[in-house]
Design a protein around this ligand. Structure first.
Ligand code: ADP
Length: 362
């Protein structure tokens, strides 16, 4: 899917700022263009401004500055119920006194649909979330997961072009949450509806999204596809927040052909892609994934002394925690492949990596 621009974005945040108290900006100059049919996730730690952005798009909060456009039109002055947006939140907010079918029928009634049309659409939406048999139940007679499916069906029943979801799976247990992630992803693929999804759970974001906007402190730190975020983080925050990551601190000694040579403090050198470091003499943090580190290679540009501190057997791989250049939380995933080297706690060895797999960040 081509990346949306400010001109053709279905949802556009154009220089949007938000302050609740007139002083602190909790959203700082947000520029985000979401394509029609895209599944875009706002991911970030608690308090980073994700929900505020979603609430401004929904119309429950107003932007302090800037414009929000939907389908090319500014919506700043359109009330929430006139924006035609479906919404799903963590607390299901189904009407307890109504049956499931009545809950789903309600948004259609509000939109003036006749009885038979309503019944057909309710059935279609219930089937979509595999709850066709449950129309006559009340919400209290359903499990948490079933209630959340109904909430999803209710958000989709009037066939909105845009659905907003804020931590919709937060109250479910792990297994059901993972199952529902796939279900929502498949429904999105089938319907082609645009989804803006908020979560603090990086694996949820990686599983479901076309693109992920990583938020921190009211700013998008990086906006990219899941594999780009994991493979090519722009800065130390994104590298730490997405997936598991090892860091090594050092000083840049040289930069040549995009590769930085870094001194770890005692003359030991390592190499990394010079992604985001200020230049020779500056401090930098090298960032490398646990599955990209080799153990036992004695020479080469990145052969750094390491000591094995802990070994955890995990079936398909062995998780090896090491001390590398003073970092005693350096983790290497050793695949449990035929003939792999057997390590012993306490032994000293070397770790190495391809310079392209290691990123020198700010
Ligand atoms: P997230 O969804 O990433 O957890 P929020 O958008 O909920 O972040 O919050 C961003 C910041 O705005 C936080 O510091 C939070 O305390 C503050 N905030 C959120 N809602 C309100 C509100 N209604 N009034 C005042 N401050 C708020």
């Amino acid at each position: 899917m081509p990346t949306a621009t400010k001109e053709d974005g279905f949802v556009v945040f154009d220089h949007v700022q938000k302050s609740y108290d007139g002083e602190i900006l909790v959203v700082k100059d947000l520029n985000l263009f979401i394509g029609q049919g895209e599944f875009l996730t706002m991911l970030g730690p608690s308090g980073s401004g994700k929900t505020t952005c979603l609430m401004m798009l929904a119309g429950f909060e107003t932007a302090t500055h800037g414009d929000i456009l939907l389908g090319g039109k500014p919506i700043n002055n359109i009330p929430p119920h006139k924006r035609g947006i479906g919404m799903v939140f963590q607390n299901y907010a189904l009407f307890p006194h109504m049956t499931v079918a009545e809950n789903l029928s309600f948004p259609l009634e509000v939109r003036g649909q006749g009885k038979s049309e309503r019944e057909a659409n309710v059935m279609k939406a219930l089937d979509m979330v595999q709850m066709g048999e449950f129309g006559g139940r009340r919400p209290a007679q359903l499990s948490g997961g079933q209630q959340q499916r109904i909430a999803l069906a209710r958000a989709l029943v009037f066939e909105p072009e845009l659905v907003l979801m804020d931590e919709p799976l937060g109250a479910l247990d792990k297994q059901l949450r993972e199952h529902m992630q796939y279900e929502i992803k498949h429904i999105h693929e089938r319907l082609g509806v645009t989804v803006v999804y908020v979560t603090h759970d990086q694996s949820e974001a990686l599983t479901m999204s076309d693109r992920i906007a990583v938020f921190d402190d009211g700013i998008i730190q990086q906006l990219a596809t899941p594999d780009d975020l994991y493979e090519r983080p722009d800065n130390a925050f994104v590298a730490q927040f997405i997936g598991e990551n090892n860091t090594l601190n050092g000083t840049v000694k040289a930069i040549k052909d995009g590769i930085a040579t870094v001194d770890f403090g005692d003359g030991t050198l390592g190499e990394a892609l010079a992604v985001n470091c200020a230049g020779v003499g500056s401090e930098t943090t090298l960032s490398i994934r646990p599955e990209r580190v080799d153990i036992g290679k004695e020479s080469g540009p990145n052969a750094v002394p390491a000591k094995v501190l802990e070994l955890i057997y995990l079936g398909d791989h062995i998780r090896c925690r090491m001390n590398v250049m003073g970092n005693d939380q350096f983790v290497v995933k050793v695949p449990n492949a035929a003939g792999h080297k057997h390590l012993v706690v306490g032994e000293t060895t070397k770790v190495s990596w391809n310079s392209e797999d290691c990123r020198a960040l700010d």
